[in-house]
Design a protein around this ligand. Structure first.
Ligand code: GLV
Length: 341
């Protein structure tokens, strides 16, 4: 092998990524794909991954790039993956750690943008903002009594599933809206409870007490279909479900059943089991459902900060310094950091 080679799986990421890597004496290879960060269609084909992982030292990837154990185990030269996302569920982190591959990501910088979107979705649902807009644009008659009567936000109970950085930021916003906030998380956070005046509940109790449920938990094999038919049945008939985390945390078929049979009042979803969600999907047929195409972190400022972190993570690694955000810190025992450039 000559000098280090870095592979970038997209050509349309913020320019700082390419500019910063260009300043280094490394070979940069880029796949010409472009599209939303979660797009699988924009991701290089498997044979390209095989080839670059055989030859390159590091890779910059996005959510749509599925880096599974097979690709990782075959990777001959790869020792670093920096993903332009907070989520690392598209990468087999365990396989990477076993092979001594550093996996770096972008938490913190997108927290506020995602929390803002969660509140935006909650209020859109509660006050039927999207429905009102649709009725005007479609020239539909909206003088039917009660059609656009929404639900109040202040004074209501918000249940947050997952109290990481994003869940905590949602709790802060909800407190500013005079909401009563309860949460369920895999680990209880007494200091956050105390600081924000929020309370812990077991998941089942949270579902049955909340007027709004916001999902912000990180995806993991054990969170798949965490919100299933049985748990949806626990929710109040007037309650709303909002998901800004990952699509597969909610069982979509069970949710459709819940909406069809009025177990809950509505849902707002930024993430789906199938992305992009086809326009013909059953979920698009409900007036009490708000849909956005995985735009939690999609502000110019946040995406630029994510790009800065993505490239800085990798540069730190290449210089033998600790990356800003390492998803698998235990890898440092397997492969201590050493300067490569
Ligand atoms: C978005 O979903 C992310 O993981 O960054």
């Amino acid at each position: 092998m000559g000098g280090p080679c870095i592979f970038i799986s997209r050509s349309d990421l913020p320019s700082i990524i390419y500019a910063e890597l260009n300043k280094l004496s490394i070979e940069m290879r880029m796949w010409k794909g472009s599209g939303p960060m979660w797009s699988r269609q924009a991701s290089p084909p498997r044979e390209v991954w095989r080839e670059v992982f055989r030859e390159c030292t590091g890779a910059i990837v996005t959510l749509g790039d599925v880096i599974d154990a097979e690709l990782i185990n075959e990777a001959k030269n790869l020792i670093a993956i920096s993903t332009y996302s907070v989520g690392v569920d598209h990468i087999d982190v365990r396989a990477a750690t076993e092979k001594g591959i550093y996996v770096m990501h972008t938490p913190e910088v997108l927290v506020d943008a995602v929390a803002d979107l969660a509140m935006g979705l909650l209020i859109s649902l509660a006050r039927k903002i999207v429905l009102g807009d649709r009725l005007i644009r479609e020239g539909r008659i909206y003088d039917r009594w009660g059609w656009l009567l929404g639900s109040e936000v202040h004074g209501k109970t918000l249940g947050i599933i997952g109290l990481g950085n994003i869940g905590t930021a949602v709790a802060k916003r909800a407190r500013a809206f005079d909401m009563n906030v309860i949460y369920w998380s895999r680990t209880r956070k007494p200091h956050v409870e105390f600081a924000l005046g929020i309370q812990y509940r077991p998941l089942e109790a949270l579902l049955s007490e909340s007027d709004y449920v916001v999902i912000t938990i990180a995806a993991a094999p054990e969170t798949r279909h965490l919100i299933n038919e049985e748990r949806l049945r626990l929710m109040k008939r007037g309650a709303y479900l909002i998901n800004v985390a990952r699509g597969d945390i909610v069982d979509t078929n069970a949710l459709i059943k819940a909406l069809r049979d009025d177990w809950i009042a509505g849902a707002a979803l930024d993430v789906f089991e199938e992305e992009p969600l086809p326009a013909t999907h059953e979920l698009t047929k409900f007036d009490n459902v708000v849909l956005t195409p995985h735009i939690g972190s999609a502000t110019t400022e946040t995406r630029n900060r994510m790009a800065e972190v993505t490239v800085q993570n990798l540069i730190n690694f290449l210089m033998g310094k600790k990356p800003l955000y390492l998803a698998n810190p235990e890898v440092m025992n397997k492969r201590p950091l050493t300067p490569i450039i």
